[in-house]
Ligand binder design. Structure first.
Ligand SMILES: C[S@@+](CC[C@H](N)C(=O)[O-])C[C@H]1O[C@@H](n2cnc3c(N)ncnc32)[C@H](O)[C@@H]1O
Length: 208
């Protein structure tokens, strides 16, 4: 089936048409693309792919061990609508995707890098949020969760400043959304009694 790709060893598509052909070749259709960043062992995305066979799912993770566990879940279930890209998702978003091509980005429990001197490693910077916006289709979504309340505030601030998104939660976030994404880290944090903050941002439909 061949559904694990190594970002550093794969030649990225050189144009939007090549990108469409690249993914059509992988999935054998042109269905909507949903990209998860930092999928870990793939618990959440594999469930989603099973539940919604008419979408195409792309999972990413930096760590080889996690990407392999993720891939073995896909193989075991014989799923055709999900693949794993192992490597830095920032590079994946930048090099493999083009403007207005992604329906949703999902980022569940990104590493919070709580120490001040490590915060430069955080994924959700203004530049990365802008890049997600460019890749999303008009009306496309970014779905996020974190248990780290300072990071939550930072994320809310950055999306507010970007101006290209509408926050779908009137109070900024939800602690118990209609359907909570289940992940390994979500289970761990819930067992530890930590609060979890879910956020969703919709890309404006008529951005110039
Ligand atoms: C705290 S874990 C959460 C995993 C999963 N989303 C969950 O909720 O169970 C964060 C994951 O993001 C991955 N990660 C961190 N930075 C990344 C990057 N730049 N590109 C891809 N994955 C990344 C880590 O390897 C790790 O598996």
């Amino acid at each position: 089936m061949g559904s694990i790709f190594y970002i550093s060893d794969t030649l990225p598509p050189a144009s939007i048409d090549e990108m469409k052909a690249f993914f059509a070749n992988i999935f054998h259709n042109n269905n909507s693309l949903i990209v998860e960043i930092g999928s870990g062992n793939g618990h959440f995305l594999v469930e989603r792919a099973l539940k919604y066979p008419d979408n195409n799912y792309i999972g990413t993770d930096l760590l080889t061990g996690r990407a392999k566990k993720f891939y073995s879940k896909i193989e075991k279930r014989g799923l055709k609508n999900i693949v794993v890209f192992k490597g830095d998702a920032r590079r994946f978003v930048w090099e493999f995707l083009y403007e207005n091509t992604v329906e949703e980005f999902i980022i569940l429990f990104p590493d919070p890098w709580p120490k001040q001197r490590h915060r430069k490693h955080r994924l959700l910077t203004a530049a990365f949020i802008n890049m997600l916006k460019i890749r999303l289709v008009p009306g496309g979504m970014v779905t996020l969760a974190t248990d780290y309340h300072e990071y939550r505030n930072r994320i809310l601030d950055e999306f507010r400043k970007d101006r290209g998104f509408t926050n779908i939660y009137r109070n900024g976030y939800s602690s118990s959304p209609h359907s909570c994404p289940k992940t390994l880290f979500q289970e761990k944090y819930t067992e530890e009694g930590r609060d979890i903050y879910y956020m969703r941002f919709r890309k404006e439909r008529d951005l110039r």
